[in-house]
Ligand binder design. Structure first.
Ligand SMILES: C[S@@+](CC[C@H](N)C(=O)[O-])C[C@H]1O[C@@H](n2cnc3c(N)ncnc32)[C@H](O)[C@@H]1O
Ligand code: SF4
Length: 454
């Protein structure tokens, strides 16, 4: 799941009318540039095959495996997933993943894989047998000996000793749990009942098997959520000592996600409360020894994410902040997005069409975008802003970005500029997506509906 902004740095007084207006402006999350709504069907199956063949031999690949299924849909969920109760679709999907792996490998000259990430949805819903058989398919086509990371997103409610054994057998090194919030009232309001003991036991089962790198996703801006809830949730989460914690602002987009119509809008915190919740989470996590990473992540100082953030080499991709610097990210599964040296590609979103297409021996690529030199220069600036809150603008022409908007940001104390350098100040960090949008050639207000900036 992509991320939303955390409200670092802003104080009560600063929330004047202009800033509030900015805070509620719809803006992309910049997990890619150009962003996915600008992908087109000019990139098709043939383009994808050619781009795969162009990847140089021995290039280390990063693989993202998308499993868009869950046992039930949580009311707040903004992920690309659907509920499934029967085993047949899961078995068919697993076979399709294996077919897609073989198909992609047939075009590639490289066999090196440095990172694997399973996301969703809830990837473990495939079941131990299917997980193992997809992993074996990867092993049969690629060299996995030099894997730096094998990560999976997990729902703590479904972690059993058998699943933990399976993940240990697949040499999984990192697990990210959807924790969200521990208040029973908020859990009821978001359709996700998950007591602390469930998360504690899931963490124990994995650590017992040597899977020691653990991350938690928490959320603010949820219905009925109060500052006390945030404080209590954080103190409980910290008892389990995760290496990484993401604190996502709830993105309410019911026009896109019908399940969110179950969320009562009159129970949602207002923009001021969202600021306060994010500030509180940030303060407590820093006090507990976590380092803030980008707009919404925190990591213990010896975690790779914190190390990369300190030395300025943090990256951002569809999974959010990452240490992954592989030159090619291959997306597997329905709706999965890949980033190849030549450009972005995205598979068809409908699972039945995806399964049918790859099992017929065709690529499931439905759209994408070829990167121009201008795209690459802007992408680098936007990524630096999102990761480091600063960037050097010397690579792009001064008249090719929204100077006027940047002046507005400067007047409001959100950014500072010196020569070709731009720095997002502490007060401006909650608005960094908006600052980044000044360099987005495709961004046109109102053309695509995004969630709010804050
Ligand atoms: C794929 S899910 C995590 C794995 C697993 N399915 C689970 O829920 O435990 C990814 C994460 O996205 C975040 N998320 C989901 N819907 C969101 C929304 N509407 N706004 C912000 N974050 C959201 C949640 O924190 C969630 O844990
Ligand atoms: S939050 Fe996780 S478990 Fe809930 S519907 Fe979304 S992907 Fe599925």
């Amino acid at each position: 799941m992509e991320d939303t902004s955390i409200l670092a740095g802003a104080t009560g007084k600063e929330r004047d009318a202009v800033l509030l207006d900015m805070a509620v402006r719809p803006v992309p999350r910049y997990t890619s540039y150009p962003t996915a709504p600008h992908f087109t069907d000019h990139v098709n199956e043939a383009t994808y095959a050619r781009w795969l063949r162009e990847i140089p031999a021995d290039t280390p690949l990063s693989l993202y495996i998308h499993v868009p299924y869950c046992a039930a849909i949580c009311s707040y969920c903004g992920c690309n997933t659907k509920a499934v109760r029967r085993l047949e679709p899961l078995n068919a999907y697993s076979k399709a993943l294996s077919a897609e792996i073989a198909l992609i490998a047939s075009q590639l000259r490289t066999r090196q894989v440095s990172r694997i990430h399973w996301g969703g949805g809830t990837p473990s819903i495939l079941g131990p047998q299917n997980l193992i058989s997809v992993y074996q398919e990867l092993e049969s086509h690629f060299e996995l000996e030099a894997l730096k990371e094998h990560a999976i997103e997990l729902d703590p409610r479904v972690v059993t000793p058998l699943l933990a054994d399976t993940l240990e057998g697949m040499d999984v090194t990192r697990v990210n749990f959807g924790v969200q919030e521990f208040s029973p009232e908020v859990q009821e309001a978001i359709g996700r009942v998950q007591p602390f003991g469930t998360v504690q036991e899931a963490v124990r089962l994995l650590r017992q098997r040597g899977i020691s790198s653990i991350g938690f996703d928490l959320m603010y801006g949820l219905p009925q959520q109060s500052l006390n809830d945030i404080e209590r949730t954080l103190s409980l989460a910290l008892l389990l000592n995760p290496d990484r914690i993401a604190v996502f602002g709830y993105a309410h987009v019911p026009w896109m996600k019908k399940n969110q119509k179950l969320i009562r809008e009159d129970e949602l915190p207002g923009i001021d409360e969202r600021f306060g919740q994010a500030e509180t989470a940030r303060r407590l996590l820093i006090a507990a020894g976590y380092e803030p990473i980008g707009i919404d992540h925190f990591a213990l100082p010896d975690d790779e994410l914190a190390i990369k953030a300190r030395n300025g080499s943090l990256r951002r991709n569809f999974q959010g902040y990452t240490v992954d610097d592989s030159p090619a990210l291959i997306g597997l599964g329905a709706s999965a997005i890949g980033k190849l040296p030549a450009g972005y590609v995205q598979n068809m979103p409908a699972t039945t069409e995806y399964v049918r297409t790859v099992r017929n021996g065709s690529f499931a690529c439905a759209r994408g975008i070829e990167l121009s030199n201008d795209d690459r220069r802007r992408a680098a600036i936007i990524e630096k802003l999102m990761c480091n809150f600063s960037a050097d603008l010397r690579s792009i022409d001064a008249h090719s970005f929204e100077e006027q908007f940047l002046d507005e940001c400067m007047k409001n104390g959100l950014i500072r500029r010196e020569g070709t350098l731009i720095e997002v100040l502490d007060k401006g960090r909650p608005y960094v997506r908006l600052v980044a949008s000044a360099f987005d050639r495709y961004y046109q207000k109102g053309l695509v509906r995004y969630s709010t900036a804050v």
